[in-house]
Write a protein that binds this ligand. Structure first.
Ligand code: PGD
Length: 773
């Protein structure tokens, strides 16, 4: 590569330009980004880190004994093979499992026993998006696959909102919450805080980090902020922020106490409820206790959430007097009964009756993902078509362990009873289930069940360690692509920055080769190479830009390193249209209105309105007598999920390679734990070591350990299987959020916590087998 010129590139956490300088990648943040992310500094290590996989790997047991369930997955050795052998064996296995061209219509499709949900954020880049690639491939060679629906980010919240408000993604994409917050809101009450670390990241790209400046503009106007979170630094360090720390998992009770106060003081906006909602009487009967004998007074709420009744009443009064935006972050719903705080926040906002006023009403996910609340784009983004999945079967994404362990078993989802498929093959690309799933000891057992597991990744993650065939993929820096993300205002040509590491190949090239061997090349490639697809995908966006009279360069000119400003929509979004004319622009709910009571939810076995449902794992649960600490496993500030955990920003925040857990200073003193001491968190599910950091930012009884450290289980005497690197999913629960959504509930669980007073095992380095370094 030419070492002198900077080339343009992009990532989920920001655009940048880079050049090779003395064998290292020299990175400059995008000049129009007001607040570039420190995560950019993780990228240089990705080019040649010992974690990179240089050649295809096949698990020894699979190679010697053939496919089949195998408990050795995760501890077996690997054999490095040439690409020819890897592809030939992979194609042979896919053929054995039924892959073929032109699958007949009259027989069950072989894809019905292939799990291709392949959840994961992959990397930025619209064409090389690994999930799109693997889906297209499985549709081409197996006629489809067992898919996954919803996300680990927002399973419970999206399901409940889809029933009572409409499509949550559209809601987030449609409304300029950030501009309104900067210019109009008088009071922001944010349940879950508004962590800037989450605003750094957005799927596909976040080239303008606006969070900090928006909050500063709002503060300068006199906007008030209330951050409700057990972690004080979940909100910017601005003067005048009110920080309320309820017991984790009790926000619904707190909001009910506020709702009661509004009701009691006659400030429920009945005209709003009448015009825009259905079901208030049933909710009111619950609120006042006429349906269950318990009035949800601020005093009642205090006993649950620990915030004083007077504080709860004062917050309700303040909200009623101001132009108030009620925001609830994704974090709250990544928990048992996670639907409730989201539905309750929506209900509370409806009681206040300010929906439709700029800067007021309800918002979901502000502070969870960087582009939420930015202006909606007026042109379509380039998209890789995934083909048609004729299998039609799916799981709610966080049911992966059940799927693999309980073929044929019944489960419920959105009020339906469904059954798990019988999975023979798992094909994963662009995700790290041994990062993102909960109860990893159980996931290990689940991953021993399929006949074969195939995985593409550039680095040797814990998921790779549990696979049979690992095909080394390139990283974005090693290929050309188009960078864009929903609500991000630019389209970037992502230029190749470096040659592929070792023998890594693009996912597309791997799939095209396999499709060829299976007689499906034409279906998969449609006769195009990567460049051909980029051109094909670019054209609809270019044409839409041209139609609007915007800069619309030819494909060749664009790929020379261009950046295109994307126009934003000037028409009102879904919520604005609904508030303008609720009959003419109804919501996508059964009633067309906001449903404060839902027949579907009631039919699914939950209360038909938002309600306080005590979870099994909270600080006042019986289980807390055994395990008295609430673990909050939130999103990390130093990397995206588990990606580039070996990068400079991520490593600098660890202690001797181990993840840091924060706990309250007084709790630490009581337990004799000092800064940098190794601690063990454990419960019946598992055990994890972390490095302790006493902190005033954490409320008592809470310990915070972010996700993303690579899972490194060791059988330690007296402690059992223990992750020595600090992955919280060693102890989290994989129970679904509820019978309704089955969403990921991994954010909160109960643990015991103690100082590790024996010599601590070393953290495992990030390293692939046969790494030369
Ligand atoms: P990532 O670390 O982003 O995690 O889970 P997710 O699986 O998305 O994994 C992406 C993987 O894709 C990485 O291994 C990366 O190397 C690989 N990859 C990147 N680019 C490419 C490519 O081009 N080709 C191929 N083949 N591979 C590529 C994230 C998930 O975790 C999410 S979204 C959330 S919100 C959840 N949050 C929590 C939580 O709050 N608490 C707990 N306890 N657990 C969680 N898990 C969830």
């Amino acid at each position: 590569m030419n070492d002198t010129a900077y080339r343009q590139h992009s990532s989920h956490w920001g655009a940048f330009s880079a050049r090779m300088d003395g064998g290292r990648l020299d990175i400059r943040p995008f000049e129009a980004d007001p607040d570039p992310s420190p995560l950019l500094a993780n990228i240089p290590a990705s080019l040649d880190h010992p974690a990179r996989i240089r050649k295809p790997l096949i698990r020894r047991g699979w190679l010697e004994d053939g496919p089949g369930p195998d408990q050795r997955r995760g501890s077996d050795g690997f054999v490095e093979v040439e690409w020819e052998e890897a592809l030939q064996r992979t194609a042979q296995e896919l053929r054995r499992l039924g892959a073929a061209p032109a699958l007949p219509e009259d027989r069950p499709l072989p894809g019905a026993s292939v799990f291709g949900g392949s959840y994961g954020w992959s990397s930025a880049g619209r064409f090389h998006h690994a999930q799109s690639q693997v889906h297209r491939f499985l549709n081409s060679v197996f006629g489809g696959y067992v898919a996954s629906v919803d996300t680990y980010s927002s399973g419970a919240g999206s399901v409940i909102l889809s029933l009572v408000l409409g499509n949550a993604i559209r809601l987030n994409r449609d409304h300029p919450y950030l501009r309104e917050l900067a210019e109009e809101t008088e009071l922001l009450i944010s349940f879950g805080g508004l962590p800037l670390r989450n605003l750094a990241v957005s799927a596909g790209g976040n080239s303008r980090h606006l969070g900090k400046s928006v909050l500063q503009r709002a503060a300068a106007r006199g906007c008030g902020f209330v951050s409700v979170s057990p972690i004080a630094d979940d909100f910017s360090d601005l003067p005048g922020v009110t920080r309320i720390a309820p017991r984790p998992a009790t926000d619904t009770a707190l909001m009910l106490g506020m709702a009661y106060r509004l009701h009691q003081t006659g400030r429920v906006d009945r005209a709003y409820l009448e015009r825009y909602t259905t079901g208030y009487p049933a909710f009111e009967a619950y609120l006042t206790g006429s349906s269950d004998g318990v009035a949800k007074t601020p005093e009642w709420a205090e006993a649950i959430c620990g915030v004083t009744a007077s504080e709860i009443a004062a917050l309700a009064d303040r909200a009623a007097k101001s132009r108030t935006l009620i925001n609830v972050t994704y974090s709250l719903q990544r928990a048992e009964n996670g639907e409730q705080p989201v539905w309750m926040a929506l209900t509370l906002a409806c009681l206040l009756g300010q929906g439709g006023l700029p800067g007021a009403g309800f918002c979901y996910g502000l502070g969870s993902i960087g582009n939420i609340g930015k202006e909606a784009l007026a042109v379509p983004l380039p998209t890789m078509p995934q083909g048609h999945n004729r299998v039609g079967d799916f799981i709610p994404v966080a049911r992966i362990s059940e799927l693999l362990m309980k073929p044929g078993a019944a489960y419920t989802y959105k009020g339906e009873t469904r059954r798990y498929a019988d999975i023979r093959l798992v094909y994963w690309a662009g995700g790290n289930p041994f990062h993102h799933h909960q109860d990893l000891t159980r996931l290990k057992e689940a991953f021993s069940r399929p006949e074969t597991i195939i995985l593409h990744d550039s680095v040797f993650t814990a998921s790779a360690r549990h696979a049979d065939i690992i095909l080394p993929a390139t990283i974005t820096a090693e290929r050309n692509d188009i960078g864009a993300g929903g609500n991000d205002p630019y389209l970037f040509a992502m230029e190749k920055l470096a040659e592929p590491f070792g023998e890594a190949r693009d996912d597309y090239a791997i799939f095209a080769n396999l499709a060829d061997r299976l007689g499906c090349r034409e279906i998969f490639t449609e006769g195009r190479d990567a460049q051909g697809w980029l051109e094909e995908m670019y054209e609809p966006t270019r044409a839409a830009l041209e139609k609007r009279g915007c800069n619309a360069p030819s494909f060749e000119d664009f790929m020379q390193g261009a950046r295109i400003d994307l126009p934003v929509r000037d028409t009102p979004g879904m919520m604005a249209r609904f508030h303008e004319d609720p009959s003419g622009a109804p919501l996508e709910t059964p009633s067309g209105r906001i449903e404060l009571f839902s027949e579907i939810v009631a039919g699914a076995g939950l209360p038909g309105h938002a309600a306080w449902l005590a979870p099994a794992e909270w600080l006042c649960a019986p289980m807390a007598e055994r395990h008295p600490f609430q673990l909050v496993s939130n999103q990390p500030a130093t990397r995206l999920h588990s990606q580039l955990d070996f990068g400079a920003t991520s490593m600098a925040a660890k202690e001797k390679g181990r993840e840091v857990a924060r706990l309250n200073r007084e709790d630490a003193a009581r337990l004799g734990i000092g800064d940098g001491d190794v601690i063990r968190l454990h419960n019946e599910r598992g055990s994890v070591l972390a490095s302790a950091r006493p902190s005033d930012a954490i409320m008592q009884g809470v310990v915070q350990l972010s996700t993303g450290a690579w899972y490194a289980p060791e059988d330690l005497p007296g402690a059992g299987l223990t992750c020595v690197n600090g992955n919280p999913n060693a102890v989290t629960s994989d129970a679904g959020a509820s019978v309704l959504s089955q969403g990921c509930a991994g954010q909160l669980c109960l643990v015991s916590l103690e100082k590790w007073d024996r010599p601590a095992p070393m953290a495992w380095p990030h390293k692939a087998p046969f790494s030369a370094v």
